[in-house]
Design a protein around this ligand. Structure first.
Ligand code: ZN
Length: 290
């Protein structure tokens, strides 16, 4: 019995840390942290937006979310989050060949209602992209799908999907949502949290954290990045320095096929990116309501 006590204590303490970095294996501190090494991350919104949000206010709300983090990067960080042109693309995930967009989009249809039960996409885990629908848990408000190298922790691509099939996304500032112009599920509140995932933060139970995994209806407090999450930016992406790994400095030997440019077919470990994002996806089902 004795050895269990310190372990459980460590776990409960870890969950309430001011910030928790995402890991190659979620929650496993023996594995590398996830982080961007480029000093510029371009992200784009889908031109489709969210038809149910008033006017085009969802675009502005998402931009404001990225800006909240960018303000911190400008003060003490080493990367720039830059909005690219809106795109017609509706596919999340990483493509080995061709361009990759760090995409933000709203899925307005539930895969369960638009995809035939016998479609192969259910087994392949490709329904969301193939049918442009939400295929994660009903209670999940949004999800960030990050593709990274499992040895170095370096992030290659990160996409944010909103569950507009189930949730009513609003951009106003009052509550309750029964009154005109009031908050149901706030776009900026949600997006600020998801951008935290995009830059390498995991959940924490720390009180008042933007990275707290729950978001009740009407919540807008996550629009403002908390001090713990701010500290993460300054520590993981220090101004004038390289982005910080957790286990050891990243060397050429850690780098995957993109960086090395010499991956032969069938050469093993370095080619595990695509498999990994499936794993990552499975572990990113968060944001349960209540
Ligand atoms: Zn989350």
């Amino acid at each position: 019995m004795m050895p269990l006590v310190p372990l459980m204590l460590a776990l409960s303490l870890g969950q309430a840390d001011p910030y928790v970095r995402s890991r190659v294996d979620a929650g496993d501190t023996r594995t590398q942290c996830l982080f961007w090494t480029s000093n510029r991350v371009v992200w784009s919104q889908s031109t489709f937006g969210n038809p149910d949000t008033a006017g085009d206010t969802e675009f502005d709300a998402i931009r404001a979310s990225f800006q909240s983090w960018q303000d911190i990067f400008a003060e003490c960080g080493n990367l720039t989050l830059e909005e690219g042109p809106r795109v017609d693309e509706r596919e999340v995930g990483y493509r080995r060949q061709g361009s990759n967009t760090n995409l933000v989009l709203f899925r307005t249809r539930d895969c369960n209602t638009v995809v035939p039960a016998d479609d192969a996409c259910w087994d392949d885990d490709t329904c969301a992209n193939t049918f442009d629908c939400w295929d994660d848990d009903d209670n999940t408000i949004a999800i960030t799908l990050t593709t990274y190298d499992e040895r170095s922790g370096i992030i290659y691509d990160s996409d944010i999907s909103f569950n507009a099939a189930r949730f009513s996304f609003t951009t106003a500032t009052c509550f309750p949502p029964t009154t005109t112009n009031c908050v149901a599920t706030d776009v900026q509140n949600t997006a600020t949290h998801e951008v935290g995932h995009l830059i390498g933060l995991d959940h924490t139970r720390a009180s008042g954290s933007t990275m707290n995994p729950s978001a009740p209806p009407g919540e807008v407090s996550k629009r403002v990045v908390d001090t713990g999450s701010r500290d993460f930016v300054c520590a993981a992406y220090p101004k004038g320095q390289a982005s910080q790994a957790c286990l050891h400095p990243v060397t050429a030997a850690d780098l995957g096929p993109k960086a090395g440019g010499c991956a032969a077919a069938g050469s093993g470990g370095a080619l595990s990116l695509v498999g990994l994002w499936s794993l990552w996806l499975a572990r990113r089902r968060k944001e349960a309501v209540r």
